[in-house]
Design a protein around this ligand. Structure first.
Ligand code: BG6
Length: 508
């Protein structure tokens, strides 16, 4: 794999959780694989008054705690953390950016890392604009002496208007080709494998359309609650936090046409076309197409678990949804009339993300089913955990007559034991370093996704009569969620931790 050019990566919000849990462990993994530039420095920036040494010490601990690598090699960790620096400063004060510039020049002299800079904004999104402005004013966005790239964490905007305003403001200062908007789901191996499954195999394409597909279901369930992020989450909710980005991107990859190449714009143009074909959900249709829920207190494994409204930094009468299920259509030749169902929620029975393609049933039912129920062929693309692919189909039960049984054919990533699966952040950080923006969300894609969810947000805000259903922590969400599924007796798949099992009662 190509080695990135020498560079300095500057993280804003370096004392925060994302830096410790995801970014630094990902860089450490890249270092062990020899995928960092020859000369490479990370400079943390934040309000906390750390010295370089304090920062290094904290990052050593985070590597030991969060890295997927064998982190017992003190020498490797020591060498890696020597390339870390820290600058305490106020991100919003233009004056402090002069200090930053000087320190970067000094670091460059001592390290030889040169003048290519990547700025990673792991700050609250409310200050993306001011930080970018200050960098521009200080001359740090100018590409005369090296490339300047800007990585923005999600959420990118709060709704269509704020997303567009932010894009507009950034474009006044920097080019779209310098902007890398993170959607970490696109960095997941198994999400990228959707493209490979579809476009490297000839057998799926003929079936991948409205003639053979009955419906598509995408689930992203989490068993954790909002943990320490109540403050952020209460003004966001599941629709903004998961649906506008991660779930729609997965739907985009599942539904898109084959791109002409793997060039960043070729792939993103196809995702954009899917988003542009989404049938808008009009405000009056929200109650019948979208179900929102909020977890309530319950007992899981004998332990009392608090409800969302009892969580830290959450309003006692909060109407924020921690669960969303919705039905939508994609109005194009491939998908016209095929319902897409997506659901996501916190405090559900398991942490599991998967895409299920339900194929149409045979037109005539010749055989008896052992289970007594009609099933359809399903292809399940498991994003996490127990990453893999499962095909469910019918086979004859041995014995007299023609009794048939639904059976599994499965592939698990763990079967490729010798191959290491990189973390999403590892992949995305490496791509940003080599300047490949394929797996980052483009401005028009983000705006079109906001355009789709905006009427839902508006309906919830303008019409307090739209119900917010409680669901006990540890369950699959509100009980009326089947009301949005078209067709008699159809249900969601209730996945378990293990790809080949399903059912509403699984090992937690
Ligand atoms: C983040 C959301 O983008 O994705 C979180 O802000 C959520 O609320 C997380 O927990 C889920 O990511 P993953 O990789 O654990 O599925």
């Amino acid at each position: 794999m190509e080695k990135p050019e020498n560079l300095i990566l500057i993280i804003f919000g370096a004392s925060g959780d994302l830096t410790s849990r995801k970014l630094i462990p990902a860089f450490y993994s890249l270092k062990l694989q020899g995928l960092l530039p020859e000369k490479f420095v990370i400079t943390g920036v934040g309000r906390t008054q750390f010295s370089d040494e304090d920062f290094r010490k904290k990052m050593k601990e985070s590597i030991k705690t969060f890295s997927k690598e064998n982190s017992s090699d003190e020498n490797q960790i020591e060498t890696f953390t020597r390339s870390l620096f820290y600058i305490p400063m106020d991100n919003t004060s233009a004056e402090d950016y002069k200090k930053l510039k000087e320190k970067l020049y000094k670091i460059e002299e001592s390290s030889g890392a040169g003048r290519n800079y990547i700025f990673y904004l792991a700050t609250p999104p409310g200050i993306y604009k001011i930080v970018s402005e200050n960098l521009t004013l200080a001359g740090l966005a100018d590409q005369a002496e090296g490339f300047r790239r800007f990585i923005y964490e999600k959420p990118f905007g709060y709704d269509l208007k704020s997303g567009m305003t932010l894009n507009h403001a950034l474009h006044e200062m920097i080019g779209e080709d310098q902007i890398y908007r993170i959607d970490h789901y696109l960095g997941k191996e198994t999400v990228q494998n959707v493209l490979v499954t579809r476009f490297a195999n000839g057998i799926f394409e003929p079936l991948w359309n409205r003639n053979y597909v009955h419906r598509i279901e995408i689930t992203s369930a989490e068993n954790i609650g909002v943990e320490e992020r109540g403050g952020y989450y209460d003004s966001s909710g599941a629709l903004r936090d998961m649906v506008q980005n991660h779930l729609l991107q997965m739907a985009g990859l599942t539904a898109m046409e084959p791109p002409s190449s793997l060039e960043p714009d070729a792939v993103r143009n196809e995702i954009l076309k899917v988003f542009q074909s989404l049938q808008p959900i009009r405000e009056p249709d929200v109650p019948t197409q979208v179900i929102r829920g909020q977890y309530t207190g319950s007992t899981i494994h004998g332990e009392c678990v608090s409800g969302y409204r009892e969580e830290k930094d959450v309003a006692g009468d909060s109407m924020t949804e921690t669960y969303v299920a919705m039905k939508f259509y994609i109005n194009n030749w491939r998908w016209g009339g095929v319902p897409f169902y997506i659901r996501t929620g916190k405090r559900m029975p398991a942490r599991v993300t998967e895409i299920v393609i339900y194929f149409k049933r045979t037109p005539h039912h010749l055989f008896q089913r052992a289970e007594g129920v009609l099933t359809s062929n399903m292809l399940i693309i498991r994003i996490q955990p127990d990453e893999g692919i499962l095909l469910k189909f019918d086979m004859k039960q041995p014995g007299s007559g023609f009794n048939i049984k639904n059976v599994n054919m499965d592939f698990h990533y763990t079967d490729l034991a010798e191959i290491r699966v990189p973390s999403a952040y590892e992949r995305l950080l490496y791509d940003a370093m080599i300047g490949d923006s394929t797996l980052f969300a483009r401005d028009d894609v983000v705006e079109t996704a906001w355009k789709f969810v905006d009427p839902i947000l508006n309906a919830w805000e303008n019409n307090p009569k739209i119900k917010l259903y409680g669901y006990p922590s540890g369950t699959w969400g509100p009980t009326n969620v089947n009301s949005i599924i078209e067709g008699c007796g159809l249900d969601w798949r209730y996945p378990c931790k293990n790809l080949t099992n399903d059912g509403s009662f699984c090992e937690l």
